[in-house]
Design a protein around this ligand. Structure first.
Ligand code: PGA
Length: 251
């Protein structure tokens, strides 16, 4: 039985006051025990959010990390520093990191390995652009990113510490959501690849989130797909009222 995981990726949004009031509301919230809830604040608020949500079961993570332990990387934050401030998770390979910051599969894998090595759990994002989908390259692109991110990992570690987030780039921040059928098709493809690369049992244990314009109006249809185990939410995670509707959703 896979435990649904709903997470808010705040990207470069919110200010100190908004973060504080969001955390106050989250602390007082009563999401279902059967759902993992998480938030990924901007780096400058990360330590503060960890403290503000201490004692709750809400997971807090960074939006990326640098694999080196320290060094001359102005503006970057190391995986070990993310761990040091008490965060438990990190996103790697978000499409904005891939396409705006130009991170490659190899760099993304280095971040994932460094995160796991220092005790952080990882959400590995994969997804095709509109151009790639229209060229019927969705499977090739998504599975290529997946292979590059997970090949050679220990299967037990994959199940317990790595979440896959399928985020079609054309659906992120655009209001265009993949239909439940489109999401399910790719999620099933991911799970089947994991079955081949690891085992059926392992593939059945891995949480696969969908991301891309998830909101209260479409979360139920997406979550009812057999291989959709959660959501990685940008825009609709910025106001507590809409995020609350997503985390109170009970499968
Ligand atoms: P969106 O972003 O929900 O605003 O489309 C999702 C994401 O980038 O994780």
């Amino acid at each position: 039985m896979r435990r649904p995981f709903i997470a808010g990726n705040w990207k470069m949004h919110l200010d100190k006051q908004a973060v504080n009031s969001f955390c106050d509301s989250l602390r007082a919230s009563s999401h279902s025990d059967g759902v993992t809830v998480g938030v990924f604040p901007p780096f400058v608020y990360l330590a503060h959010v960890v403290e503000a949500l201490a004692g709750t079961d809400i997971v807090v993570g960074a939006q990326t990390c640098r694999p080196e332990e320290h060094g001359a990387f102005t503006g970057e934050v190391a995986a070990v520093q993310v761990k040091d401030v008490g965060a438990s998770h990190v996103l790697v390979g978000h499409s904005e990191r891939r396409h705006v910051m130009g991170e490659t599969d190899v760099e993304i894998r280095a971040r994932l390995d460094a995160a796991l090595a220092c005790g952080l759990d990882v959400v590995l994002c994969v997804g095709e652009t509109l151009e790639e989908r229209e060229a019927e390259r969705t499977g090739e692109v998504v599975l290529g990113q997946l292979d590059s991110g997970v090949t050679g990992l220990d299967g037990g570690e994959l199940v317990s510490r790595v979440t896959i987030a399928y985020e079609p780039v054309w659906a992120i921040g655009t209001g265009l959501t993949a239909t439940p059928e489109q999401a399910q098709e790719v999620h099933a493809m991911i799970r089947s690849r994991l079955a081949t690369a690891f085992s059926d049992e392992i593939s059945q244990g891995v949480i696969i989130q969908y991301g891309g314009s998830v909101k209260p109006a479409n979360v139920e249809a997406l979550m009812s797909c057999p291989d959709v185990d959660g959501a990685l939410v940008g825009g609709a995670s910025l106001a507590y009222e809409s995020f609350a509707q997503l985390i109170e959703f009970n499968t």
